[in-house]
Structures are given as structure tokens and as C-alpha cells.
Design a protein around this ligand. Structure first.
Ligand SMILES: O=P(O)(O)OC[C@@]1(O)O[C@H](CO)[C@@H](O)[C@@H]1O
Length: 298
């Protein structure tokens, strides 16, 4: 819903106020949560064209980059400008600065709904913060505009406002707390929150817990997948990768527990690459067997 050029800068020294940090290490990716899902799914051999709103020079940059990388896309051109988001990777950790993005008008939203109707997909992923002018009613409209199943990752607060039926939502720990007003300190807390969220109209809740792995709340129960040990370059795109792997698993006919394993494996590959670049996914479906999943009860 809110594409972004992802600008990733690596600095050798800690950032200091008043000092200029210089670097030769900067990269630009076509990003935003939905676009990342399209990139990762395309690399996993799932037909997943990207759509959404693009405008201005950063919008052009995103379209050119996706075309060059062979990611199918079909965007609605908007009057306002697509944003640039910056990640700074320094010795003391990761800083992420996200612009709120453009304003989208009603006609542009209707164009997007029409674009999705024309495509008539099996599944639709609506992901990213909602830009100004776009409310959760637009997400519900997209979900209800055809007989596709919809996955949603539009932020914790929005999850409380959605009314349509959804296949899956993918909150992180903070978003689980915002969406449920429940404690999320422990994995057991998160499991209870994920199940309570599921009962509000999501067939599955896939929660990303960073180094604590991921949770799946389903009708059959709640499952915890341990994180895969990996050298983390940065965590940007990890949640999108988890959702992509889960959806790629379902698209391949995997049951939900196996799809959770696939999601965690795909996410482990993505955190090993900088920015939201697509990593090597070679043998990723074999590696998922290394992910331990335990049932926590329903
Ligand atoms: O501001 P939002 O829409 O919540 O998140 C945008 C964003 O941080 O999410 C992606 C990683 O998940 C990045 O590609 C992008 O910069």
C-alpha cells in the first residue's frame, strides 16, 4: 500500500550528532512490504505481480528496478510522490527511518481496486502502512472485491478495524500487543494474543517474533517455530519474508505447519542479506526440515 525506495547505508563509526558520517557503502532497493512479498515470491517461483500506488522519481525508480529484476508489476500512477526510507547499519546497531509516504485520493484507490479485479488473483496480499487518504475500509474493499483469499500486514492498529474475512495476518510482537491489548512478554503470552486475534476473522495468524522465531495460530492449534541460527546482516524485510514463505508453502500445497517452517527458512535467508535484496533461495524448501516446530495447544 505504501511502496518505498529502501536506502541502506552502512557506516563504520557510531553516528554522532553534529558529525558527518561518510560511507561508500549505500544501496537502493525497490521496497515496501507488498513489493518485498512480490520480489520474494517471484524468486520462489510463485506468480505474484506487484501492484499499488507509485508516483514521482522514487516511483519511477521502483518500477525500473522491478522490471530489471524480472518482477512482474502493474501499478496505479498517483499524483503525489512515493517515499524513500533509510536504514543505517552501524557498529551500534540498525536505525530505520520511514517516511509516512504520499497522499492517495479516492480515484486512485478505485483504480487499484479495478486493477486487482481485472487480475482476479487466487490470493491477494495487502501489506505496508496505509498512506494518507487510505483507510482500513479500502483494505476491506480490496479483500471483498472478488473471491480471492487475502493476506494482510498493514500494522497493528489497522488489524482491530478490519471487517472482511482474511486468510492470514502477520503481526510482529508489538503489533500483536496493539491489536489485542494483551501482554506479549513471553512466547506463551504471544500465543494467547495470536489466538485471540485469529478469532476476529483471520484463518491464520503468523506472528514474527524476531530472534524468538515465529508463531502460527490456526484452528487446529498454536505452533511455535524456533528461529534458524544465522548471521544477521539486517532485519529489514524479515517479516515480509516470513509471510512470503508461508504463502509460497500454501501455494505448493503444504499444510500450515510445514508452510510455517518454509516461512521461517525464507526469513532466515533474507536477514542474511542487506536491505530488502532477494537472497539466494537455492534449496530453501529442503532446508525447512531443519526448523523445529512445537505445538503449544489451542
Ligand atoms: O512504513 P511501512 O509501510 O510500515 O514499512 C515500510 C518498510 O519499512 O517495510 C519494508 C520492510 O518490511 C521496507 O521495505 C520498507 O521500508
Amino acid at each position: 500500500m505504501n511502496p518505498a525506495v529502501d536506502h541502506t547505508v552502512t557506516v563504520d563509526e557510531p553516528l554522532r550528532t553534529g558529525a558527518v558520517a561518510r560511507t561508500d557503502d549505500a544501496k537502493f532497493d525497490a521496497g515496501g512490504k507488498g513489493i518485498n512479498v512480490s520480489k520474494y515470491l517471484t524468486a520462489l517461483d510463485v506468480d505474484a505481480p506487484a501492484t499499488g500506488f507509485l508516483g514521482g522519481p522514487f516511483g519511477r525508480m521502483i518500477r525500473e528496478r522491478l522490471d530489471a529484476d524480472g518482477v512482474p508489476n502493474d501499478f496505479v500512477a498517483i499524483g503525489d510522490r512515493t517515499r524513500l526510507n533509510t536504514t543505517v547499519l552501524g557498529p551500534e546497531g540498525e536505525y530505520k527511518i520511514n517516511h509516512n509516504g504520499p497522499t492517495v485520493d479516492g480515484g486512485e484507490i478505485s483504480d487499484l481496486v479495478g486493477r486487482v479485479r481485472e487480475r482476479d488473483p487466487d490470493r491477494l496480499v495487502v501489506a505496508g502502512s496505509l498512506p494518507k487518504g487510505v483507510g482500513t475500509d479500502a483494505v476491506d474493499e480490496l479483500a471483498a472485491a472478488g473471491d480471492w483469499e487475502t493476506a494482510v500486514d498493514t500494522g497493528g492498529a489497522s488489524l482491530t478495524e478490519l471487517d472482511a474475512e482474511y486468510l492470514v495476518c502477520k503481526p510482529n510482537r508489538e503489533e500483536l500487543a496493539v491489536a489485542t491489548d494483551m501482554p506479549v512478554e513471553t512466547t506463551a503470552d504471544c500465543a494467547a494474543a495470536a489466538q485471540s486475534l485469529r478469532e476476529r476473522g483471520f484463518r491464520f495468524v503468523v506472528a514474527s517474533l524476531g530472534p524468538d522465531g515465529a508463531l502460527l495460530a490456526a484452528e487446529s492449534g498454536t505452533y511455535h517455530a524456533a528461529a534458524v541460527p544465522v548471521d544477521v546482516v539486517d532485519t529489514v524485510g524479515a517479516g515480509d519474508a516470513l509471510l512470503s514463505g508461508f504463502l509460497a508453502g500454501l501455494a505448493r500445497g503444504e499444510d500450515e505447519r510445514t508452510a510455517l517452517r518454509t516461512g521461517v527458512t525464507v526469513a532466515a535467508r533474507v536477514v542474511g542479506a542487506s536491505g530488502t535484496s532477494v537472497p539466494d533461495f537455492d534449496a530453501v524448501f529442503d532446508d525447512r526440515r531443519d526448523v523445529t516446530v512445537s505445538a503449544l495447544g489451542s
